[in-house]
Design a protein around this ligand. Structure first.
Ligand code: CTP
Length: 394
């Protein structure tokens, strides 16, 4: 495919030579356009060598006296990738300004454009930047969201350009497939619940939320608008199509499910919900006066079962099961009892599988009787498989 890489004047431009090398290695044809100030951050010589094509910066090539045609440049490309995209470039693109070759090329693009904003934390959180990004999304521009991490200023937060490998992966996704869930909506539950015992203590579990966040991201990458109902996690996720709804207890999750489920097309319930909660949590901190302490527990509300009970014809519902033994029988039982369309069984008991790890091993059972086992993979890859299953069977 023909990829036009547009570089603007951000410090993260240092990652772009590696991105270009990767894309070329993967068989893409790459050309580069830069804003005039971007040359202070990365050398056009390095870029043109790696891209195996000349780099265009100005409308007018002073050496040859030739005019660079932005319309032809835009026509050539299957995808324009603006990375890093500074706040300034974002603002100009959102307003339709074209005081440099890159911006004129963007305005001439008839195929897709993707931007990868990268800037400091405060800048990325500024309402004008958010507004400009929203406007670009409305204009059909795709966004590769910045990551959370250390920034050039030394601050830690959101604003970091993803690594070249991840950028290349997203670019390939965008090129390889039309988004298949555009116009649809989804609900994903993720993470643990905390059930209060008193003012400071709770019953919780070790769920990291990684699987649910990865599923939300995979659904959004396919164009679905996602409500992510999440218990307390350390994860950060920013995607223009994902709305995060924080919950803490099983009851809050239940209420949020009742609010969102009737409005969506797809549900994926990955949350590790406490099965029991203290009947009467104390509002003060309990003192250790007695030798023993009794805690009376009561069953929590089952959000997934509620969703299954209120499922409409157009809705596709996926539950998770975590089992140590005779997994398939329990998983199938869940599928039928909770009126699911598919159940994902986490096969526990192996290293690298489960709650807090980055990898997992799953089996997907569908209500049509199919049963597919996947090898151990990163949760992001498994999330994509789950979403592919939904796309195929919905
Ligand atoms: N779930 C839920 N609300 C609950 C409990 C579970 O939404 N209160 C969802 C989970 O997100 C998961 C599925 O239901 O998708 C898990 O079902 P569950 O019967 O709780 O599984 P286990 O706890 O593994 O079952 P058991 O206690 O029978 O071993």
């Amino acid at each position: 495919m023909r990829i036009l890489v547009g570089i603007t004047a951000g410090i993260a431009a240092y990652k772009i030579p590696l991105l270009i090398r990767l894309l070329v290695k993967q068989g893409h044809e790459v050309r580069v356009v830069m804003t005039p100030d971007a040359v202070d951050f990365v050398s056009p010589l390095v870029l043109s060598t790696l891209a195996k094509n000349p780099v265009v910066i100005e409308f007018w090539d002073k050496k040859t006296g030739e005019w660079n045609n932005h319309v032809a440049c835009a026509e050539w490309a299957d995808l324009l990738v603006v990375a890093p995209c500074t706040a300034n470039a974002l603002a100009k693109m959102a307003q339709g300004l074209c005081d440099n070759f890159l911006l004129a090329t963007y305005l001439s693009m008839r195929k897709r454009t993707v931007v990868a904003p990268a800037m400091d934390l405060e800048m990325f959180q500024h309402p004008t930047v958010k507004r400009n990004l929203e406007r670009l999304i409305e204009d059909g521009v795709e966004v590769i969201p910045p990551e959370y991490g250390e920034l050039a200023s030394g601050m830690v937060g959101e604003g970091r350009l993803p690594e070249p490998e991840q950028l290349a992966e997203r670019i390939n996704q965008l090129l390889g497939m039309r988004q298949k869930l555009t116009g649809l909506t989804a609900l994903v539950t993720a993470g643990p619940t905390y059930e209060p015992i008193d003012a400071v203590r709770f019953i919780g579990n070790r769920s990291s939320g990684k699987m649910g966040y990865a599923v939300a991201q995979a659904l959004a990458n396919q164009g679905a608008r996602v409500a992510l109902l999440t218990g307390p996690t350390k994860l950060h996720l920013k995607h223009p199509l994902i709305e995060k709804v924080d919950i803490e207890t099983a009851l809050e999750l239940y209420h949020a499910t009742q609010n969102h489920w009737p409005k969506v097309d797809i549900g994926v319930f990955t949350a590790a919900v406490a099965d029991y909660r203290p009947i009467e949590p104390k509002s003060h901190k309990v003192k250790k006066n007695e030798e023993s302490f009794e805690l009376n527990l009561v069953r929590t509300e089952d959000s997934l079962a509620w969703a299954g009970m209120h499922k409409q014809r157009h809705q596709y519902l996926v539950g998770f099961a975590l089992e140590t033994e005779d997994g398939s029988a329990y998983a199938l039982d869940k599928l039928h009892k909770k009126n699911l369309d598919a159940v994902v069984l986490n096969v526990l008991g192996e290293k690298g599988v489960g709650f807090n790890s980055d990898t997992n091993k799953i089996r997907i059972f569908d209500k049509d009787g199919s049963d597919v086992a996947y090898p151990m993979e990163r949760k992001e890859d498994l999330a994509r498989r789950i979403v592919d299953h939904i796309i195929l069977n919905k």
